[in-house]
Design a protein around this ligand. Structure first.
Ligand code: ZN
Length: 490
């Protein structure tokens, strides 16, 4: 072998060694990268599993992270929660539990120095991940359920001395407090999440309507619209075992006043609003962004239990003086005070996630009454009720009396054209059989609503394929078997 060949061989051997070293380095880098990716994936998976397993009580997830961080605070200074930040973390956890991830993140970012705090940064990542995996709700398939005022004293409502036709009515349209609680629990267990009517649609600056697209929920959760008819605590409910009015208790919480048969007045959860408020405190993920439903108010007896008007159902021909004599606790001279009190409750309801709709002033069949009636009635509602509740474009028909059939509303429908001119564009009827029925048109929105009440429960128990069944409710478990049967239309 020549010297030249020797040099050539050793060059080749050196080249090969370099190549092997390069490959070894590349292999090590690849291995390192794969390990890093795997670790990152495991961390994300853990966060996801941890987040999902705590979905029942997401408000506590912030506290769990905190506890972990506190136990390691000795080793890593910036792992511990900054002083005074725990309440902010708790508030953020509650917002996140109600699917308001952006609100939760914004809250966490308000903590001074959050950029250098691992505990807060990891919560932000958790909420970003949860937000990004949510799915837009298809509003065209969302059920809309509604309730009336609840019966809080069963025996009083169904006592034998009562007028039978009125009793039939309350038996048909009302739930008891316990039935409502069971219904809430079942809807929650079925993964429903409450939204308001106002969350289901959008109205652009030119007044055109469309389906809302900003309600997003985690996979498996389903939106349901809640509304409540006649939250007025009518004078005719007296002696029927229903609440007198909504009030704010000494803690500033919405509660009901109820005067029992002996004349004793107490404060408590006698109707759906305080019951649902408490339920959502315990189960924040039952409510999208804290929303709890739409209250449909008439005007003829005042609103929310406040006699902002006196019994003038047939105004101006009604006999006001005899009504005042029969209801001595209502003082006509106090009407302005009652209005101010009602406004305080209106604001508290808005702060608690409720919104308002018209249920017409006089609670008549809008389908059967003429255009002249509709004009007078709508003017009264706007003057006397909307002035207390604030603007709304939602009209919930009394008795489900829709002013049109299933075909689209058209400009040849005078009542529709008139209601549009008065600012209404969202119209709700009643259908206790369909899971949902909607019309989203540029001119208006229409939704049918499912009555969750005595008659629809009874129909379900008779084997009919009602919307309650389609919702997945176990009516047998809800229905109070003490109710007089058969339950017929009141
Ligand atoms: Zn009604």
């Amino acid at each position: 072998m020549s010297e030249q060949q020797d040099r050539s061989h050793s060059r080749i051997a050196a080249e090969r060694r370099r190549k092997r070293r390069r490959q070894a380095i590349i292999r090590r880098i690849c291995f390192g990268v794969i390990c890093a990716v795997l670790i990152a994936l495991i961390i994300i998976l853990c966060i996801k599993i941890f987040g999902e397993s705590g979905s029942d009580e997401k408000e506590t997830s912030g506290e769990v992270v905190t506890a972990e961080n506190e136990s390691t605070s000795g080793s890593e200074q910036n792992d511990s929660v900054p002083e005074g930040a725990q309440s902010v973390i708790d508030e953020a956890a509650f917002l996140a539990a109600q699917y308001d991830y952006d609100g939760a993140i914004e809250k966490l970012r308000s903590v001074a120095g959050f950029e250098d705090n691992e505990a807060i940064k990891s919560l932000i990542s958790e909420y970003e991940l949860a937000r990004d995996t949510c799915v837009t709700v298809d509003m065209s398939t969302v059920p809309h359920v509604f309730y009336h005022t609840l019966i809080c004293d069963f025996d009083r409502c169904f006592k034998s001395s009562h007028d039978k036709s009125l009793m039939n009515g309350y038996n048909a349209w009302m739930l008891t407090v316990d039935e409502f609680k069971e219904c809430l629990q079942q809807l929650y267990d079925l993964n429903y999440v409450i939204i308001n009517v106002g969350d289901s649609y959008k109205k652009d600056s030119e007044g055109n309507y469309s389906m809302a697209t900003d309600v997003k929920l985690p996979q498996g959760k389903k939106a349901v619209i809640f509304s409540y008819d006649d939250t007025c605590y009518y004078c005719q409910y007296q002696d029927w075992g229903m609440a007198d009015r909504l009030i704010l208790d000494e803690n500033g919480e919405l509660k009901c006043e109820y005067t029992d048969e002996s004349g004793k007045t107490t404060v408590g959860n006698y109707d759906h609003i305080p019951i649902l408020n408490d339920f959502v405190k315990e189960h924040p993920d039952f409510s999208w962004h804290g929303h709890k439903g739409t209250l449909a108010l008439t005007g003829y007896d005042g609103i929310l239990g406040y006699r902002t008007e006196f019994r003038m159902f047939d105004y101006p021909t009604g006999d006001e003086s005899s009504w005042l004599a029969a209801n001595p606790w209502c003082k006509k001279s106090e009407i302005e005070t009652y209005k101010e009190q009602a406004k305080v409750i209106v604001q508290a309801l808005k702060d608690n996630g409720y919104e308002f709709a018209s249920h017409t002033w006089g609670h008549r069949h809008a389908d059967q009454k003429g255009l002249d009636w509709l004009k007078q009635d709508t003017e009264w509602w706007c003057e006397r009720v909307e002035s207390l509740t604030g603007d709304t474009d939602i009209l919930i028909y009394p008795h489900g009396g829709d002013i049109g059939g299933m075909e689209d509303y058209s400009s040849s429908n005078e009542k529709y054209t008139y209601l549009k001119s008065m600012g209404f564009g969202v119209f709700c009827g009643v259908d206790g059989t369909a899971l949902y029925w909607n019309q989203y048109r540029s001119g208006y929105v229409r939704q049918s609503r499912i009555n969750i009440d005595g008659i629809n429960m009874y129909q379900t128990l008779q084997g009919n394929n009602t919307a309650l069944k389609k919702l997945g409710l176990d009516v047998e478990k809800i229905f109070d078997t003490r109710r007089p049967t058969p339950v017929t239309a009141g």
